[in-house]
Ligand binder design. Structure first.
Ligand code: GLN
Length: 196
């Protein structure tokens, strides 16, 4: 499995390390042509407005939508989750609009800007170590979205078919099980694609 990490801005190297620990081959992606060689893509944390701007500048909006339309999985973490969402609270324009959900940016307020917790995630046996940094929350989801975890009754991990989104940074810990979960999604999608 060859999985790319969108390398326009944000926590790229850490995702590459976690994907490799989960048994995939991982590469940084800077140009749209590189997507052709990949079976899955991670959109990392960072700053969603900056990532969105650079995606528009380098042609990634259409390229990633078509990547997703081919049934190839995408995993967005933190700012990457914001980039996947259909709607961003208080903002007129969203970015990729691939996942049927409304998100709120910097949703934990100043008191809790950054913290770590152990999070139960549906489909993963034991709790996942999650690092939240100026993190977004998923305020509402559409019917096709499966909620995988909540923190204080707010949604922080969700999946819609081949799309996976987490509010936090799973790549900043040694716990790579959420990456392994994504690698499994990529394997399943690749197997389904080759049968079609
Ligand atoms: N606060 C950032 C944003 O709104 C996301 C933070 C992160 O990715 N750690 O884009």
């Amino acid at each position: 499995m060859r999985i790319g990490v969108l390398a326009l801005q944000g926590a790229v190297a850490e995702h590459i390390r976690s994907l490799e620990a989960a048994g995939a081959e991982a590469v940084a992606v800077k140009r749209t042509e590189e997507l052709d060689e990949l079976q899955g893509l991670v959109i990392p944390g960072g700053e969603s407005t900056t990532i969105g701007k650079l995606m528009r500048k380098y042609g990634f909006m259409e390229a990633i939508r078509s990547f997703s339309a081919q049934g190839k999985p995408i995993f967005g973490t933190c700012a990457g989750l914001i980039v996947l969402a259909d709607q961003i609270e208080g903002q007129e324009e969203a970015h990729l609009k691939l996942m049927d959900m409304t998100v709120a940016r910097n949703a934990f307020g100043r008191q809790r800007e950054s913290f770590e917790t152990d999070l139960p995630v549906k489909g993963i046996d034991e709790t996942v170590r999650a690092v939240f940094i100026r993190a977004p929350l998923i305020k509402s989801v559409g019917p096709q979205v499966d909620v995988l975890s909540t923190y204080n009754d707010e949604i922080v991990t969700a999946r819609q078919g081949t799309l996976l989104a987490a509010s936090y940074h799973p790549e900043l810990t040694d716990d790579y099980r959420l990456h392994a979960y994504f690698v499994d999604m990529v394997k399943e999608a690749a197997a389904a694609g080759s049968k079609a």
